[in-house]
Design a protein around this ligand. Structure first.
Ligand code: ATP
Ligand code: MG
Length: 302
């Protein structure tokens, strides 16, 4: 693995790294069907610290172990070898399960499987109600969560009448209403249209800005720019890690792992190949535009 951690981290990455990890993963191996003739070694020695307020994006080819890693964080699975601690609680201890599950909210890919009630607000209330949140606070939380995902106007509607994007926002509101300290999104935007995806990302960004730790698994490389850290997985291992700019500067290595890079990075990379003074690691459209503009202006003044 080549780690990109030490170079020029952004302010946010530095400030969060000074705290104690909220999730600590050490020597984690996971086998599916361990007793069978052909056990599947889905995680092969993961070491990872995640800090409070991190927005960690996990990318990797199909089957690289991303979902298995996420499930080991909220105790849907337990390590075959190694340890996972959430807020200091080891996931191997059965007595920690409930406390860990209330600290870690998880949103999956398909919203339909996550919606349980026939009215939007009842669905959002379901999780916190099960956690024993009192009535008046419950009402407050439901309104807050629906407000964050911009679905308050739909509170009295039956979920099956909503679009896929709206359903996914309701599913996210349901998890948020439980006020987890850590939000795990496993390809939660993959079923959505671009607008739905933007809405969900904006809601998640807002929560992260308010201090929630976010772990987002995605196939959309440009979504990785949302995070302060990115890890790249391959065959059950972490093969790259760093800030989005650091990771996506490694265009050739990512391609070798059959991963795309964001279009902006691709453009910056090609411009850098033509003119090595052009920065190859620009990630945001605005940054690429500004760099090109700066050069055009410089040339016209010369
Ligand atoms: N329930 C299961 N039983 C047996 N093998 C499984 C199970 N779930 C996943 N696997 C295998 O474990 C490995 C890791 O799978 P995982 O779902 O964690 O990958 P992923 O990176 O999330 O993939 P994707 O991008 O397709 O969601 C793969 O080889 C997969 O086939
Ligand atoms: Mg998966």
């Amino acid at each position: 693995m080549f780690s990109l951690k030490t170079e020029n981290e952004g302010d946010k990455a530095l400030s969060v790294a000074s705290a104690e990890p909220i999730i600590k993963i050490q020597g984690l191996h996971f086998h599916y069907n361990p007793e069978s003739e052909h056990p599947i070694h889905a995680l092969q020695g993961i070491d990872l610290d995640i800090y409070p307020g991190d927005y960690l994006v996990i990318v990797g080819h199909n089957g690289s172990g991303k979902s298995t890693l996420a499930k080991n964080i909220n105790v849907l699975l337990r390590p075959t070898e190694g340890d996972v601690w959430v807020k200091g609680m080891n996931t191997r201890e059965l007595t920690n399960t409930l406390a860990i599950r209330s600290a870690v909210g998880m949103v999956f890919q398909i919203p339909d499987n996550q919606i349980v009630a026939t009215i939007v607000e009842e669905d959002v209330a379901f999780g916190p109600e099960n956690l024993g949140v009192p009535r008046d606070e419950l009402q407050e939380r439901v309104e807050w969560a629906l407000g964050v995902v911009d679905m308050l106007d739909h509170r009295h509607r039956p979920p099956h009448r909503l679009s896929a994007g709206q359903k996914q926002r309701v599913a996210i509101a349901g998890v948020m209403a439980m006020k987890p300290e850590i939000l795990v999104l496993d390809e939660s935007t993959s079923m959505l249209d671009p607008e739905g995806r933007r809405d969900v990302l904006a809601a998640v960004r807002k929560l992260n800005e308010e201090g929630m730790t976010v772990i987002a698994i995605t196939h959309f490389m440009h979504e990785a720019a949302e995070g302060n850290r990115v890890i790249v997985m391959e065959a059950g291992k972490i093969v790259m890690e760093g800030t989005p700019r650091q990771v996506f500067a490694h265009v050739e290595e990512l391609r070798a792992l059959q991963l795309d890079v964001p279009q902006t990075t691709e453009l910056a990379y090609r411009l850098n190949q033509r003119d090595s003074t052009f920065p190859p690691d620009l990630l945001l459209v605005d940054d690429v535009v500004a760099e090109i503009q700066r050069r055009v202006n410089g040339r016209s003044r010369a």
